[in-house]
Ligand binder design. Structure first.
Ligand code: 9MR
Length: 366
């Protein structure tokens, strides 16, 4: 009897240990993890029929240790990009010593599941390695560091990455060129040089410029769209190898572009004969507890407007979520609140926003 009690106690304690190691910061008691059954209608199956890209940013930790995460990812999306694994800091933590482990895992996952792989991001002012930030570099040294980084990374994945975010967020909130390490040290021509180096390293990869706008992309925020238009039009005029523009959508419920406003912006950019993708979408709620049914509907209707505007402009070839489940989102770590910004809840249950997106893709006439 005593031995049975000790055995049961041991069993109980090891179960607790497993729970402590495996359980993320959410309560799993409601969890209903399910694989996506074959033949089930998913965003991916709907988008494939329309030759439309539906994508999600991937976080390496969950990809490696949460099976439900990888199953839902492979079932629902036909293109992925790494949330952080291809940033400068991750790829070149020490000067000229590259670490491709994390990035390779994501590229392999994309290949195994027949998904398109989008690289994010070669040139940004954040996500930089400490050695780079700490250095006092001459212009020539910075040019060499940037060229070497871009060409080493792009050639490694030549043929396996269909598109790259080459330069990310070069414009400031006031639409001027950001004062950051590359523009300060090299001058505004760092942008053009980056595209030329990337193109040399993989002439077939599609090269994108990706921009954020906290004010939204509605008609009312024309200034940032104007600046973006001028920036990319100028690059095109000078025959810089630029193929596409990404518009980031990190939004709040009370700060989202309208369907009309966004469509106008997309049409305008499309005049430049570039493809466009809506990138990094998440729509957060300012709350600490469970979202109300009204908030969930409001969120669904914003997602619907965004994807509808993209689906209605032929040059808009893809739509991205910045993650896909509320279980793992940068919003919780950055804003100190969950925000529930994505289309699956923390238990991988599709939210009203998921249904809205699915219906929009299904009904699209493209
Ligand atoms: O979601 C990303 C977060 O985990 C990183 O700490 C942060 C800094 O590297 O970058 C976040 O992703 C950003 C993306 O790469 C570029 N556009 C804005 C995104 C949210 O900040």
């Amino acid at each position: 009897m005593k031995r049975l009690i000790s055995f049961l106690l041991l069993l109980f304690l090891s179960a607790c240990t497993i729970a402590v190691v495996e359980t993320p910061s959410v309560n799993l008691s409601n969890s209903t993890p399910t694989a996506v059954p074959e033949n089930q209608v998913t965003l991916r199956s709907l988008a494939d029929r329309k030759d439309f890209g539906i994508g999600a940013a991937v976080a390496l930790g969950p990809l490696r240790r949460d099976r439900t995460y990888s199953q839902v990812l492979a079932g629902e999306f036909n293109q992925i990009m790494p949330e952080n694994a291809m940033k400068f800091q991750a790829l070149q933590p020490e000067r000229d010593r590259f670490n491709f482990k994390g990035a390779d895992d994501i590229v392999d996952f994309a290949n195994e599941h027949n998904m398109k792989m989008f690289g994010h991001t070669l040139v940004w002012q954040r996500g930089l390695a400490d050695w780079l930030k700490a250095g006092d570099w001459t212009r020539e040294e910075l040019i060499e560091i940037l060229r070497n980084h871009i060409q080493t990374v792009v050639s490694r994945y030549r043929g396996r990455i269909y598109a790259w975010d080459v330069v990310n967020e070069a414009l400031d909130t006031d639409s001027s060129l950001r004062e950051l390490i590359w523009s300060r040290g090299i001058g505004p021509e760092y942008i053009e040089l980056s595209y030329r180096w990337a193109h040399e390293a993989d002439p077939n990869a599609k090269l994108f410029y990706n921009e954020y706008d906290p004010g939204g992309w509605g008609a009312q925020s024309g200034q940032k769209v104007d600046a973006l238009y001028r920036l990319v039009a100028d690059l095109k005029e000078r025959n810089v190898p630029l193929d596409g523009v990404g518009l980031q959508m990190h939004l709040r419920l009370d700060d989202a572009p309208t369907y009309e406003g966004l469509k106008q912006s997309l049409e305008r950019l499309a005049e430049l004969d570039l493809q466009i993708q809506i990138t990094e979408t998440d729509v957060r709620m300012g709350y600490q507890g469970e979202p109300s049914p009204e908030q969930l509907q409001q969120q669904a209707s914003i997602y619907k407007d965004l994807i509808q505007a993209c689906l209605d402009v032929p040059k808009c070839t893809g739509f991205w979520f910045w993650g896909f489940t509320d279980r793992y989102t940068w919003v919780s770590s950055f804003m100190g609140q969950s925000g529930a910004p994505l289309i699956f809840d923390q238990y991988y249950r599709p939210k009203p926003a998921y249904d809205a997106i699915a219906q929009a893709i299904q009904a699209a006439t493209r």
